[in-house]
Design a protein around this ligand. Structure first.
Ligand SMILES: *[C@@H]1O[C@H](CO)[C@@H](O)[C@H](O)[C@H]1NC(C)=O
Ligand SMILES: *[C@@H]1O[C@H](CO)[C@@H](O)[C@H](O)[C@H]1NC(C)=O
Ligand SMILES: *[C@@H]1O[C@H](CO)[C@@H](O)[C@H](O)[C@H]1NC(C)=O
Ligand SMILES: *[C@@H]1O[C@H](CO)[C@@H](O)[C@H](O)[C@H]1NC(C)=O
Length: 142
């Protein structure tokens, strides 16, 4: 028997904010503007560490979530875990950026571990041209 280390994504989707004009719009992960592929799970909710109480997560290497918005900045909101959790985010089909969502300040837990830190901005793209943009969130490479 051996321990399986999950590469779980993302719950990253506890929320997303984008700046449109002078307005900062924050979407919870269950906002219908966010389009999810198959292969996502939604947490039970009511976790005060999650923006809006719940989050989307997946261990499916081909699952993705996308949002198309018009604006000049976008922020990804997620908590951190006591285990190996991450996310990969790409904007406008550019090279993806890998985000480590493991809380290295606590002992590493096998499997899924648990959330340890309050949802916060974990990635941002700012200074974008004020046009339509698409971000795609997926699992980091294994
Ligand atoms: C928009 O919201 C994010 C967090 O949701 C924050 O980090 C950022 O500073 C805000 N930007 C502006 C221009 O208010
Ligand atoms: C994994 O994700 C792909 C693409 O979204 C989907 O077609 C497939 O059914 C998913 N597999 C599982 C086990 O959810
Ligand atoms: C995600 O949901 C599927 C289908 O409901 C379930 O079989 C699977 O165990 C769930 N995965 C996790 C990590 O909770
Ligand atoms: C969420 O948790 C709080 C505190 O444990 C509880 O009072 C409340 O009823 C819960 N709400 C839901 C919708 O489960």
């Amino acid at each position: 028997m051996r321990l399986a280390l999950y590469r779980l994504i993302l719950g990253a989707l506890a929320g997303l904010s984008f700046v449109s004009g002078l307005r900062n719009v924050t979407l919870d992960d269950n906002d219908p503007a966010i389009v999810y592929s198959l292969g996502w799970n939604v947490s039970h909710g009511n976790n005060s560490l999650d923006f809006g109480g719940s989050l989307h997560f997946s261990d499916n290497a081909t699952a993705s979530a996308s949002l198309t918005f018009r604006g000049v900045a976008v922020y990804l909101i997620a908590p951190f875990w006591s285990s190996s959790v991450g996310a990969q985010v790409a904007i406008d089909a550019q090279r993806p950026f890998v985000i480590d969502l493991e809380d290295h300040g606590v002992p590493a837990a096998p499997g899924l571990g648990k959330e340890t830190l309050l949802s916060q901005v974990v990635w941002a793209a700012t200074g974008l041209p004020d046009t339509e943009h698409t971000i795609v969130i997926s699992l980091p490479p294994a």
